[in-house]
Design a protein around this ligand. Sequence first.
Ligand code: HEM
Length: 142
Amino acid sequence: MWYPLLLLLHLSCAIVFVGAVAFEVLILDALHQTFDRTTMERIEQAVMQRARRVMPWVVGTLYASGVAMFTVRCAGLRCLHTHFGWLLLTKVTLALAVLAVFVRAVQARGGRIDPCSFRRTHHIVLALMVGIVFLAKAMFYL
Ligand code: HEM
């Protein structure tokens, strides 16, 4: 009974997390053509400040529900001998890479954000997330 709820929680948090990064890459980035560098730095800092408040809860719930479902789906670590297990492990590895980038961004509190590294990091994270979502479905169908 609780597994579908965990899955719903996981999927909802994934949508918010992936959506936030997609917004930054696909919408916010385009504003560089409209505003000057100083204005963009201020906008990006305001976005990051807000994200630092909200996203830790979303990301914490996403990873906690992921770990709980992993123990069920993988029966401890027993699934790692299977094709499903390898795809799941690859998904988790990519998710850990995303987590490392996220923790670094949250810790960069107060420091000025270099717009180039801001953009580069978000492009990399979005690419990793596309891989994670692909693997999340591929592990059941491939
Ligand atoms: C950036 C981080 C993550 C994202 C964006 C993400 C995204 C997703 C998505 C989209 C699904 C498919 C849900 C569905 O369509 O029903 C899924 C399933 C799953 N995820 Fe994650 N996930 C992340 C991190 C993790 C972590 C860290 C773990 C485990 C340690 C994990 C374990 C799982 C498991 C076991 C499933 C399969 C659930 C099932 O269908 O029974 N995920 N994830």
